[in-house]
Design a protein around this ligand. Structure first.
Ligand code: C5P
Length: 287
């Protein structure tokens, strides 16, 4: 086998709480994460000759340098296993919006780890790959698993949870980007007034109570956005709720907002209205 393709699923935060800043500059987090069917496709090809790692996307060729998370993942895998990645081409078909709070880059990095493990027949478990992913980025260990999970610590302490019950999820990325490090800095200066009921949300998942999950979805980062951005996030939420969403929330450091629906027709009508204003609008399902 010298070619294979791995899906890289988008992640949503059903909840996100920032507990505090740590001495290493990172923050302790408590988040319930959910993977959804919107995904990039990561194709790994081993060439006959080895003149260096290459990286391309449907958006153009990228430098395969230390800034690209897919290349960082490949180098971390090579350092851990001794695999020769000088014959490797990585091609990423991007569908997950970039800089959107949905872990597109982290998920590509995770897909590279899973794919290289298969390509080189290394036989590492998903848990071992997740530990390796800690070196690549805070969300990468979760993205290696791609399921429903509680993530704690920097994001690397994972507890697998019961999956979200069958539903439709509309994702919409309004037309601005948020810098994750800047938002972390901003939240250090904000008095967090409301926090998610993470335990209640996990209970609702245990009971497979979709309405109970949806009504507890909450992301503390929404309070750290500038007021104009908060207004846009609220407008997207309002449209989702008007079309019948059981709940709506911002994901990660944003700006993607998502809503959970029981009925596909309601999800599609919400997506049609939002899609008229924001190109990056998708109807997805939990995976
Ligand atoms: O780990 P990753 O490279 O994805 O993190 C990007 C940035 O987000 C970090 O440099 C840091 O500023 C911030 N971050 C944080 N605490 C976390 C995760 C990320 O402060 N738990």
């Amino acid at each position: 086998m010298n070619v294979l393709t791995e899906p890289a699923w988008a992640k949503l935060n059903l909840s996100l709480d920032v507990l505090g800043r740590r001495e290493d500059g990172f923050h302790d987090l408590k988040m319930v994460m959910q993977s959804v069917s919107l995904c990039d496709q990561v194709t790994l090809t081993l060439r006959e000759t080895g003149d260096g790692l290459t990286l391309s996307t449907n958006l153009g060729f990228l430098p395969a340098d230390g800034k690209n998370i897919a290349a960082i993942a490949a180098h971390a895998f090579a350092a851990r296993t001794g695999a020769d990645i000088s014959r490797l081409d990585i091609h990423i078909e991007k569908r997950i919006p970039v800089c959107a709070g949905t872990a597109g880059g982290s998920s590509d990095g995770a897909a590279v780890l899973r794919g290289l493990n298969r390509l080189f027949g290394t036989g590492m478990s998903l848990e071992e790959l997740a530990v390796l992913g800690e070196q690549v980025g805070s969300d990468v260990p979760y993205c290696v698993l791609g399921c429903t999970a509680l993530a704690e610590g920097r994001g690397e302490r994972l507890t697998v949870l019961p999956s979200l019950p069958e539903c439709y999820i509309v994702l919409c990325k309004p037309g601005f980007s948020v810098s994750t490090p800047e938002l972390f800095r901003a939240i250090d200066g904000v008095k967090i007034r409301c926090r998610p009921d993470t335990a209640g949300l996990m209970d609702a998942l245990e009971r497979q109570d979709l309405h109970g999950v949806a009504m507890r979805m909450f992301n503390v980062f929404e309070q750290a956005l500038p007021p104009k951005r908060q207004t846009v996030i609220q407008e997207v939420k309002n449209i989702l709720i008007q079309h019948g969403a059981l709940g709506a929330c911002m994901s990660g450091s944003g700006p993607t907002v998502f809503g959970i629906f029981r009925a596909e027709a309601d999800a599609k009508s919400a997506a049609a209205e939002l899609g008229a204003s924001w190109r990056d609008t998708f109807v997805t399902k939990p995976v």
